[in-house]
Design a protein around this ligand. Structure first.
Ligand code: MG
Length: 365
């Protein structure tokens, strides 16, 4: 008890600076809304601020994370005085946190579906987007990954290239089936696909596992050091965020905003596409995701699986398009068929034109 009191005093002393008597007005950004906390004494501590926030938002102090309220690069602790933080009247503070009733709602097991009623799933075509990508609470989490997640860049971005983000498990690799070696679980055409994509796209690998596994898998598959293409960097589960959707509870997703925030000069929603076998990973950027058919049971499906071959063709076709948000990646196969039939028609016409072309007139002698 004594030790913790001393600790608390010590922390207070660390944070304390010259105090003034001025009052602060602060705006709390949470869940897409602004909440004003007015006339807060600058000599108050963070705990007092959190109690004021609780009064207007209903989020309990222990559930609040004030993302950009920082001291020495870390989130300011409760005992820190506001006058020790570089905070001015009118400052916007982004908050992450849920109300008790919302947490309780997320924990409830959904009721059994009625007989005959189609089940909505993240992976079904019926999945209707809840616009979680617009919610302040989730955008704040993305910003915290931009600020805190460290990317080890293996190869620099190339100016003018688009961005391709690839999942690993069941997208490039069957990670569940038994095999003598990892290479037997590799999806067919993987290297051809990556080589073709590399011409127009910088490539990022993003897997919901930890970095050691990603590096190992990429080495086993001979993707890590391939002469025909280069991977720009890997992202692991640390770059993912959790989002809370009223219908489906709390789920982890891969927000492309983390890459866009880290490389604003190079990549954005107009030039990025992501492949994943789980659609919910696109919740923060639904227009940029293409749900690939999962590659499972490698030993049975190796001969038949041509998904990467066809997707390589799609990537080449859409590389000519300036704004990917105008595409609907759900129709990627139709898009290729249309493009191919246009090409065939053009070739036919060219052939027919050249057959009916009158012979060159004889030169005057
Ligand atoms: Mg996967």
């Amino acid at each position: 008890m004594l030790a913790s009191s001393l600790d608390s005093v010590g922390k207070n002393m660390d944070c304390e600076e010259q105090s003034t008597t001025s009052l602060l007005d602060i705006v709390i950004k949470w869940n897409g809304n602004d909440y004003d906390v007015k006339n807060l004494n600058i000599k108050s501590d963070v705990k007092t601020l959190k109690e004021e926030i609780f009064k207007c938002t209903g989020v309990r102090p222990e559930r609040q994370k004030l993302i950009n309220l920082r001291i020495s690069g870390k989130m300011a602790p409760d005992e820190c005085l506001l006058n020790a933080i570089d905070i001015k009247s009118g400052t916007n503070i982004m908050m992450v946190g849920s109300k008790e009733e919302d947490i309780a709602e997320a924990s409830v097991v959904p009721p059994k579906r009625e007989k005959g009623r189609k089940c909505k799933s993240y992976d079904s075509e019926e999945f209707d987007e809840e616009r979680v990508d617009k919610m302040e609470i989730h955008l704040a989490k993305v910003q915290s990954r931009v600020d805190n997640y460290e990317i080890k860049v293996l190869n620099d971005p190339r100016p003018g290239k688009k961005l391709l983000v690839l999942d690993i498990d069941y997208t490039l690799f069957d990670h569940r089936s038994a095999a003598e070696s990892g290479i037997e679980l590799m999806r067919p055409y993987l290297h051809d696909f990556l080589e073709s994509a590399y011409e127009h796209y910088d490539i990022v690998i993003w897997s919901a596992t930890d970095m050691r596994w990603i590096e190992r898998k990429m080495a086993v598959l001979n993707v890590a050091n391939n002469a025909a293409y280069k991977i720009m960097f890997y992202l692991d589960n640390g770059a993912m965020i959790t989002v809370h959707t009223p219908k489906y509870g709390v789920v982890s997703v891969k927000p492309l905003g983390v890459i866009w925030g880290k490389f604003p000069e190079n990549y954005n929603k107009q030039n990025t596409i992501m492949f994943d076998d789980i659609r919910r990973n696109f919740l923060m950027n639904p227009k940029n995701g293409l749900k690939i058919r999962p590659f499972r049971e490698a030993h049975l499906n190796w001969e038949m699986d041509k998904e990467l071959l066809h997707l390589a063709a799609y990537l080449v076709e859409i590389a000519k398009i300036d704004d990917f948000t105008k595409l609907n990646h759900r129709n990627w196969e139709k898009f290729i068929k249309k493009a191919q039939s246009k090409k065939e028609k053009r070739h036919k016409k060219d052939r027919s034109d050249s057959e009916h072309k009158p012979p060159d007139s004889q030169p005057n002698l």
